[in-house]
Design a binder for this molecule. Structure first.
Ligand SMILES: [Cu+2]
Length: 159
């Protein structure tokens, strides 16, 4: 009796694993290390980071990102010119064949606007990426504190 219920639990986890895995493997795209930097509650703009691996033999163009927990998400790149840090919005992001593009502090990042609920450390946020060919990829990002104080994230947008 007890053995049987353990078996059904194992079977259940196995199918959940298969399901999750098939979603993440869509079109040879994999997302890893997705996280959002925790911010004080008064801050309505947050930065998100992730690695996107394109293991296919063609370039992929990322055109949008969305989350039920945020009003909107933009793609940004941080740059430092003449000692002044600024960010620029990118309409799309191209991921070369057989390569991994990292969204990381000081470079590409997701800019997430107006969270619907407080974003405390440990919270999981569902994010959906859409590619130019209409394919989508959903994943969870975890809210984390960051001690990367050496790289200040400027919210001063100069276009
Ligand atoms: Cu930004």
């Amino acid at each position: 009796m007890q053995m049987k219920s353990i078996n059904s639990i194992i079977t259940c986890f196995f199918f959940i694993f298969l399901l999750t895995n098939s979603v993440l493997s869509a079109e040879n795209i994999h997302v890893q290390n997705a996280w959002i930097r925790e911010a004080p509650p008064a801050i309505k703009v947050m930065a998100g980071y992730l690695d996107i691996e394109n293991s296919s033999d063609r370039a992929l163009t990322l055109v949008s990102a969305e989350s039920p927990e945020f009003e909107r998400i933009e793609f940004h790149i941080s740059q430092t010119k003449n000692g002044v840090a600024s960010m620029q919005q990118q309409e799309h992001i191209i991921i070369a064949p057989d390569s991994t593009l990292s969204f990381e502090p000081g470079a590409y990042h997701l800019m997430l606007f107006n969270p619907s609920v407080p974003m405390r450390e440990g919270k999981r946020i569902s994010i959906k990426l859409t590619f130019e060919d209409g394919k989508t990829l959903s994943f969870d990002a975890i809210v984390r504190r960051s001690n990367l104080t050496a790289i200040p994230h400027q919210h001063d947008h100069r276009h």
